[in-house]
Ligand binder design. Sequence first.
Ligand code: FES
Length: 371
Amino acid sequence: MGLQEPDPKAGGGWLAKLSSITDMFAYPLRTSHYVELVNPLWTTHRMQARVMDVWDETKDARTITLKPGANWRLHRPGQHIRVGIPVEGRHYTRTYTISSPPERDDGCFTITVKAIAGGRLSHHIVRKLKVGDYIPVGLPQGDFYLPDASPIQPLFITAGSGITPAMSMLRSLILQERLPETVHIHYAPHEFDTIFGRELRQMDAEQPLYKLHEIHTHRNETGGAERFTREGLERLCPDWRERDCYACGPPALLAAIEEIWEEAGLSHRLHIERFRAELAPIPKDAVGGTVRFANADLAVDADGETNLLRVAEDAGLNPPHGCRMGICHTCNTTLKSGCVRDLRSGDFINEPGATVQTCVCAAAGDCELAL
Ligand code: FES
């Protein structure tokens, strides 16, 4: 009998025990570094996943099936992972929601990625990633998931690729045969570019407790574009006040939803997952400046709205980063001099020694960073 790949559900326990002994002989590296040469999925010093399948959902969205290596832990439907990919010699990290249910019995999971305009990594994943590639992944994270115990009547409001966490939840509930009475309002530009469109319509036809309202924002019966409005919500889901709402989509949609739930005093029943930081409007008189990266001994010009992480990457640097939306603080650095603007609040940061989250701050005049 040959060596089996570590079972993600078992956490690769036998490998960890063996490694603790062989590490003594592998110093200064670890056994895991040598094991990686045989099979990257057996490593324990970093988590990797193998691309098992790629599937085009629409012309610019692709589902990637990944087989994770040792020490993986199952996700809760709605959670996300960090994915790292080297592109043109530089290492990028992004966060993607898992779109598959944890009930899969092949040990794999899927992410569904839409190529966004100017998105280096999303374009690479959608266009270039191929079966057999290995990519670094993080463990599932996030608190956007349905409660285990208390029965709820969910209302999902999703748009575009914001469908992914809801899809993981719906697939899981259906597989477990415990789908509650559910209303789902989903926005996509057209029928043909609705991610998971066919599966959603099939669920609507086959699941008596699932009601889908699929709204195409670039075409409707009257020829006009239909957007999320309070009136539309009342019409499509008159009992929305009695439901727990799970929403994921672009910032404008989430802001409109937040306003309605806040006015109704129901914010505690609203659960939101964001893909991007909520940014304040850029003031008309915002100015950029020369950004000096002290450790790299490099200076570049930047405008007043491009985040400093992107400025550094465009200048050829590879600064640490994670979520790119102001949550994980992996991109923190120190302001040595000058002034930057926090793009979320519009506040200036100009105290030397202050912490700067490069993914959500832009130059506000000349500045120097400890990067
Ligand atoms: S990359 Fe996560 S906070 Fe900046």
